[in-house]
Design a protein around this ligand. Structure first.
Ligand code: NAP
Length: 289
């Protein structure tokens, strides 16, 4: 058996076309959707994520406003930039690229983002609204995973979903979304305190790996025919690659290909969906404004 690959890039392209026409329509009404981006420091992964997000904005017709700030910036002045974006009517969504340098209180920065511009869906207000199923911006990676599953046609109603990873930005919100009545899955959430991880994974109809550990999930941990979503993006050294490294997920791709029913590649799976959901939230925010 060989799994059907879920082409996240193609699905994302399709949604971006839909977004583009919404943007064009808003522009005819005099509204130009805008994303305010804050990048602190020069972490290469963060720089490349921010660059990719800005390029995607440009292609969709969304304006981006950027602050690239030094790594030694103080919390107070960083908060000043966030507040300025909160007040800027050209900015409908605010993205603070994480992680922030150690001396910065990340929670304080996130909490300072106006909830109506929190297109990443990270503020306490947005997280609370998501939990209560009130109107809010859904966090981009979890929402992207769900959209990918939905558009692939994999059944979630009654499915047993196993998520490996409980971070605030991926695992926790994703578990929460899967248990919504409209999605109706049963969720097992695994983490480093889970004993015998394989025994849980093996029972998953839908297995989501979001641990940030290269090849944590091997073929023997996957149920025959399961849908496997690999959120992990890990750099592993590869002297044969131009950059000296390559990107791999949390799943042993070639092994999983033999067992799974559906599988997302890395790169080209969840990544493009995350950016697309950010664009979608920004356009949504602009149309509300
Ligand atoms: P994170 O904050 O480091 O959280 C990782 C989670 O995985 C933690 O809950 C941790 O458990 C759990 N974990 C780690 N090793 C484990 C193991 N051996 N067994 C079971 N659980 C384990 O990471 P994150 O920010 O959620 O990101 C996870 C991965 O997704 C990273 O590779 C990241 O680059 C990638 N990512 C991709 C996208 C995308 O768009 N494709 C977006 C966001 C993140 P504990 O809580 O017990 O420590």
């Amino acid at each position: 058996m060989s799994a059907t690959l879920i082409d996240g890039k193609a699905v994302a392209e399709q949604i971006r076309e839909e977004i583009k026409s919404r943007v064009a329509q808003l522009r005819t009404q005099g509204v130009v959707p805008g994303l305010g981006v804050i990048l602190v420091g020069e972490d290469p992964a963060s720089v490349s994520y921010v660059t990719a997000k800005e390029k995607a904005c440009e292609e969709a017709g969304i304006a981006s406003f950027e602050h690239r700030l030094p790594a030694d910036i103080s919390l107070e002045s960083l908060l000043g930039y966030v507040r300025a974006f909160n007040e800027d009517p050209r900015v409908h969504g605010i993205l603070v690229q994480l992680p922030l340098p150690r001396h910065i209180d990340e929670k304080a920065v996130i909490a300072a983002i106006a909830p109506e511009k929190d297109v990443d869906g990270f503020t306490p207000v947005n997280v609370g609204r998501m939990l209560l199923e009130e109107p809010c911006f859904l966090p981009c990676t979890p929402n992207g995973v769900l959209e990918l599953i939905k558009r692939t046609g994999v059944k979630t109603d009654g499915a047993h979903v196993v998520i490996v990873g409980r971070s605030n930005i991926v695992g926790k919100p994703l578990a929460n979304l899967f248990i919504r009545k409209s999605i109706n899955s049963t969720v097992t959430l695994c983490h480093t305190g889970t004993h015998d991880l394989a025994s849980y994974c093996k029972r998953a109809d839908i297995l989501v790996a979001c641990a940030g550990k290269p090849r944590l999930i091997t073929a023997d941990m996957i149920k025959e025919g399961a849908c496997v979503i690999d959120v992990g993006v890990n750099r592993v050294a590869d002297p044969t690659a131009k950059k000296g490294y390559r990107l791999v997920g949390d799943v042993d791709f070639s092994g999983a290909l033999e067992v799974a029913g559906f599988l997302t590649p890395v790169p080209g799976g969840v990544g493009p969906m995350t950016i697309t959901m950010l664009l979608q939230n920004t356009v949504e925010s602009a149309s509300r404004a």
